[in-house]
Design a protein around this ligand. Sequence first.
Ligand SMILES: Nc1ncnc2c1ncn2[C@@H]1O[C@H](COP(=O)(O)OP(=O)(O)OP(=O)(O)O)[C@@H](O)[C@H]1O
Ligand SMILES: [Mg+2]
Length: 512
Amino acid sequence: MTTARLGAEHITRRFGSVQALTDVTFSAQERTIHALLGENGAGKTTLIRALSGLDQPDEGWVVDRGERVRFAGPREAFATGIAVVQQELALSPDLTLLENLVLGNEPTRAGVVNWRRARSRAEEIAESISARLPWDRRAGDVEVGTQQQLEIVRCLYRGADTLILDEPSAVLAPSQIDGLLRLLANLRDQGNTIILITHKLEEALSVADDVTVLRAGRVVHAQATAGLDRSALSHMIVGEDLQQVRAPRVTEVGEPVLEVTDVRLAGRQRAIGPVSLQVRAGEVLGIAGVAGNGQEDLVEAIIGLRPCRGGTIRFQGDDVTTASVSSRRAAGMGYISADRRHEGLSVTESLVDNVVIGAHRRAPLARRGWLSPGAARRHAAGILRRFQVRHGQVTDPASLLSGGNQQKVVFGREMSADPRLLVAAQPTRGVDLRGIKELQETLLRARDEGTAIVLMSQELDELITLSDRILVMFHGLPAGTFDPADRDARTLIGRAMLGESTGPRAVVEVDS
Ligand SMILES: Nc1ncnc2c1ncn2[C@@H]1O[C@H](COP(=O)(O)OP(=O)(O)OP(=O)(O)O)[C@@H](O)[C@H]1O
Ligand SMILES: [Mg+2]
């Protein structure tokens, strides 16, 4: 016998002209993992905002243990045990994990915390779900997978029994994702209920008991996961079985566009370098690594966001080692930031303003340096259409778009500027199956037209599909360069990412 834990009855939610949810009824059973799936803009986040009291539906009810309720806010939902595990982790980096766990929760009694008791409770909870947390380390010093585990334990510590996670694996490396999935299974086995949003079908298939699929704001499928495979699930979500992108190269690689020589820099966690690499026109260099091994810092140095302490960066033959970000962009570098909400977009600004940022000094948008509003709107609308961004008005703030659609805006803006070098960090993060396929095809078309591409991605499959060579970073240094066409590429790269010896087949890059 199963018992309904949390669900919705006939929920409808409109935002102006956008109908985000229409008559949505769904139910997550107690002690199960329920996957909530659907394309970008399908309404997943809107639905869980209603379930957790963050947003109020226009019509319909939240169903809390069989009872129709309307949560006035997240506190009310939390009081009945419903918690959202935040994706933008709200931890204080200078406090220890234990301090973060305790202090965030008992503001009124801070100062009279019984640390010994707090620690033993925390340890007990963590142990019950086999989470291993270094309680005395600073939150800012542990990797994001550990921070996420802390968030989960924190929810339990505060008494939650129902956890909602919105694309939790988007920020994790493959090895960390396995850990997260095991943790979710343990949570369920301990009697908790999980609602999991993900774009990765393998995740849903491997841990979820049930799936509900949304399409354009309506429930189109709700069933047990048992018996489903990837192709069936893909059909349920997009109406077809999407094939992986495959794109044989159509042109030869050209001149070197980017030459990084013996670059050293101070990274977030460690010193980086010396690193040397080269990317030619019409070539994709993949950069792999477990988060925190310096690949993010390296990419920032290439685009000019992080100063070099040694070595040189040449772009189209010119030394740009000390050039500003804007002059590098003006010279033809495009950048897709891994952090779209803080760097890639200005979420409070309109879609038009976001799309024309960086493009506004070029004709046909500008006349004598001033932006023509009509041209800007037309330009933005064209890009949004071409990249199939689901949006309302072009004058709406970017914050109103769903996560995946925000990513498409950044991608579209950078690609439409026709860069000579595109530095793409996690370009498909948060994007749905169909969108990933389109973005990947766009990257490969740009490659064929002669753009040099540096692709940093957490997705090994994506790197293998798109790259001509893959550089692995480990502890701030190159751990080898690999040929993705190699039959054993996956294994070899995986090992190099963990710092294991890769044997004679790794080609260490000097100046290829
Ligand atoms: N506050 C808001 N104002 C206007 N429109 C909104 C608002 N919140 C969501 N929307 C719109 O509602 C629709 C559903 O958005 P939602 O964020 O729920 O999608 P999602 O399924 O979570 O997509 P993704 O996979 O990209 O995260 C989108 O078209 C979005 O632009
Ligand atoms: Mg969402």
